[in-house]
Design a protein. Structure first.
Length: 179
C-alpha cells in the first residue's frame, strides 16, 4: 500500500517453448485462464478499480492466443492492457530467437492503473527494456547483438541471462482535496 492505494503484483514464469511453440501450450492456456480469474476476483473486491500488474516471462508473445485470452475478456471485472505490445510492434524484444527479437517478458496492467488521476499510476511510456551494453554480446550465428547469457548450451560463458529485463515505473500523484 502507498498512501492507502493498493498495488496487486502477480509475477509469472510460464512453461517454456523448448521443443517447439506447441510445447507447454495447453499448460500456458490454463495458466492464462487462472490469471484471468484471479484478476477478476481482485477486481470484484475494489469498487474504485483494482490496480494490478501481471508481469514475468510468459514464454509467448503479446500476439499469442494465451495472452489474448488473458487480456481480452469483454465480460470481465477488470480490463487489462498488455504494455508489451508497444515495444513488440516496434520490433523490440527481451529474447532473441534465431536472430529475431521476441517480447516474451511482458507487463500487463489493469486499466485503472493506466487511467488513475489519483494515487498509483503508470503509462505505456513508463515501460522500458533494460539493455545496457554489458547485458549484450555479438550473436555468434546471426547478425546483431543478443543477450549475454550465463550458459550457451551446457557451456558456462559468464553472462547474466538469455532475457533482457523489463522495467516499469510506477508513479504516484495526489490531487488536492476539494474544499
Amino acid at each position: 500500500k502507498v498512501n492507502g492505494d493498493t498495488l496487486h503484483l502477480i509475477l509469472n514464469h510460464w512453461p517454456s517453448r523448448r521443443g517447439g511453440a506447441l510445447a507447454g501450450e495447453a499448460l500456458r492456456s490454463k495458466i492464462a485462464g487462472m490469471l484471468r480469474e484471479k484478476a477478476d476476483s481482485i477486481g470484484r473486491r475494489y469498487s474504485y478499480g483494482a490496480k494490478i500488474v501481471i508481469a514475468g516471462d510468459f514464454n509467448c508473445t503479446p500476439d499469442d492466443h494465451e495472452i489474448r485470452a488473458l487480456i481480452g475478456h469483454g465480460d470481465s471485472d477488470v480490463c487489462l492492457t498488455d504494455l508489451s505490445e508497444y515495444p513488440a510492434a516496434k520490433g523490440l524484444g527481451t529474447y532473441r530467437y534465431m536472430g529475431a527479437w521476441e517480447m516474451i517478458d511482458q507487463v500487463i496492467v489493469s486499466a485503472s492503473l493506466l487511467s488513475s488521476g489519483n494515487g498509483l499510476f503508470t503509462s505505456h511510456e513508463m515501460l522500458k527494456i533494460f539493455k545496457p551494453d554489458f547485458l549484450l554480446k555479438k550473436d555468434p550465428k546471426y547478425p546483431g547483438m543478443s543477450p549475454f547469457s550465463t550458459y550457451r548450451g551446457y557451456r558456462y560463458q559468464g553472462g547474466f541471462s538469455d532475457h533482457l529485463p523489463v522495467l516499469l515505473d510506477i508513479g504516484f500523484r495526489q490531487t488536492a482535496p476539494q474544499e
